[in-house]
Write a protein that binds this ligand. Structure first.
Ligand code: NOJ
Ligand code: CA
Length: 552
């Protein structure tokens, strides 16, 4: 067994994950080491110095396991390996120890709700036939109606179409149906089955023994289904009101996972929970369960002072009783990039209404200014913060990807009605003036999604050379945040402010002001401007700009 090789840290209230800046590395779009046009672990290893310079404390890797890639790796065929497109287990081991040598921790994505239809358990279940132990690891049921040719209930998949697919039995006859809340290639596991529970505890140990520092739990509320599989009202999508979402027994699972991660020092369990109801979200951080949960209400919030303040207060109020730190997140691999969101007339976000938001024209300049202001606001809040790769470059949502190049099952399964998530997954621009902008080595295959030519101005190289780029802002902000104890997890205090202006203190020395109003505002007395997201004109803070002030 390999010894965990985490960076040292005190096992106190000051756990590293309470105030960490965590970089979300979407591996297929980060950097391509071997020239096939797809990002990989070699590319990630080569750019660890970039992440160290950026100043992040940890990296969260989206799934890197062997997968047929029907949902970009969220359909896992082997939970203990690395997909050959990304590299090998030896590459992962090297990456973990090289990251640790840079003082950067590694968080991996574990997907317990569903596997791949190419997972050996699923192929065994198909072969074993109805009523078998192998089928009990999934949700196989006979169909309804004459000949059983109707799905067992009317649940819909998150990606469009029914949540059930019918199989052919080994003897060639039309057979049972199996449940998949996402694509048909992602059969849901049955968490009432003891073997499923044991398997995942073992998978956690496998990676913790290799030295990973944390687990991001995909689709955390969905694991337990009502065994009666009742119909829902017609047209209802899987969501918070759905009968199989967020059931009490799911908390037993996370208690048992905590028992595993607690065997290792300073490991973190983070839940991905799309619940708009903050009170229900807070239940997952009960003592002995998940350490913290993603804050989707903050991510979905429109760019407005009142709405943001409400979400911030609610997040802190609900996390506090459990002693859990808040997570602040502006974007990820499932949502529209923040520059585009904030450049539209409606700045909110909602997964189920992505098609509606894509209908608005985008003012990129405005979106960029607001995204920079949002970055300073976010990085000043108490708790941990996630930065989705490319956010630090101000990349925008690519909305004009040709249809024949799109790969997201969300787009494919809705026949294009939902634009899907490819637009936020376009490979990063690193250097040079032409695609692939250093994403792949010279002479490589085309990147798996095309990059806009305008990204020549948004490469790491170009932004490093510019004094007022988004990258410079992120680097400066992360450096100040790391060196300023007041900006770590701890209290914040709102101050009275003009309409549509957010003003709060972190301790007695640092004040953050975000101006979301239409006009400039004056600054209070201060000893220094630590950082501003745009230039201050005549000592005033312009609209859609944030500033950090040193007070004493
Ligand atoms: C949540 C992940 O973030 C998303 O990318 C994925 O498609 C679904 N889970 C299904 O695995
Ligand atoms: Ca590659």
């Amino acid at each position: 067994m390999l010894k965990p090789t985490s960076p040292e840290s005190s096992p106190s209230r000051d756990h590293w994950w309470r105030s960490a800046a965590i970089y979300q590395l979407y591996v297929r779009s980060f950097a391509d080491g071997n020239g096939d046009g797809i990002g990989d672990l070699a590319g990630a290893r080569a750019h660890l110095p970039y992440l160290a310079e950026l100043g992040v404390d940890a990296i969260w890797f989206n799934p890197w396991y062997p997968s047929p890639m029907s949902d970009a790796g969220y359909d896992i065929a082997d939970y203990r390996g690395i997909d050959p497109v990304f590299g090998t287990l030896a590459d992962a081991d090297a990456l973990i120890s090289e990251a640790h040598a840079h003082g950067i921790r590694i968080i991996i994505d574990v997907v317990p709700n569903h596997g791949s239809d190419e997972h050996p358990w699923f192929t065994a279940a198909l072969a074993a036939g109805p009523g078998s132990a192998a089928r009990d690891r999934f949700w196989f049921r006979p169909g309804r109606g004459p000949g059983g040719d109707q799905p067992p209930n009317n649940w819909q998949s998150m990606f469009g179409g029914p949540a059930w697919t019918r199989i052919t039995e080994p003897d060639g006859s039309p057979g049972e149906w199996y449940l998949h809340l996402f694509a048909p290639q992602q059969p849901d596991f049955n968490w009432a089955n003891g073997g499923v529970r044991e398997e995942f505890a073992d998978v956690l140990r496998f990676w913790l023994d290799r030295g990973v520092d944390g687990i991001r739990v995909d689709s955390a509320p969905l694991l337990i289904k009502d065994p009666d599989l009742p119909d829902v009202s017609p047209g209802q999508l899987p969501g918070p009101a759905h009968p199989y979402i967020d059931r009490d027994d799911v908390h037993d699972i996370y208690r048992s996972w905590r028992a595993v991660t607690d065997e290792y020092p300073e490991r973190v369990l983070i839940g991905e929970i799309w619940l708009p109801d903050a009170a229900r979200l807070a239940r997952y951080v009960n003592p002995g369960e998940l350490h913290t949960v993603f804050n989707f209400p903050y991510l979905s919030c429109p760019w407005g002072a009142g709405a943001l303040r409400r979400v911030i207060d609610q997040t802190l109020a609900l996390a506090a009783p459990a002693g859990a730190p808040a997570i602040w997140v502006l974007s990820n691999h499932d949502v529209d990039r923040v520059v585009s969101r904030y450049g539209r007339a409606d700045t909110a976000f909602d997964l189920e209404r992505r098609r509606y938001f894509h209908g608005f024209p985008v003012d990129l300049q405005l979106g960029n200014r607001r995204a920079a202001a949002a970055a300073l606001l976010t990085l000043a809040l108490p708790g941990s913060v996630y930065i989705y790769q490319g956010e630090e470059l101000g990349l925008w949502e690519v909305q004009d990807i040709p249809d024949d190049l799109r790969q997201d099952p969300m787009w494919l399964r809705t026949q294009g009605a939902d634009p899907g998530r490819d637009g936020c997954r376009v490979p990063l621009p690193w250097s040079g003036t032409e695609p692939p902008f250093g994403f792949s080595p010279p002479g490589a295959a085309e990147p798996w999604l095309p990059q806009p030519k305008e990204w020549r101005d948004l490469t790491v190289e170009a932004e490093s050379a510019s004094a007022d780029s988004m990258l410079r802002l992120y680097r400066d902000a992360l450096r100040i945040r790391a060196s300023e104890p007041a900006l770590r997890d701890g209290p914040m205090a709102w101050l009275p402010a003009a309409d549509d202006v957010l003003t709060f203190d972190r301790g007695t020395r640092v004040r953050c002001i975000a101006n979301l109003s239409a006009g400039p505002v004056g600054l209070p007395p201060h000893t220094a401007v630590l950082l501003a997201s745009g230039s201050l004109s005549g000592g005033l803070l312009p609209p859609d700009t944030s500033v950090w002030l040193r007070l004493e």
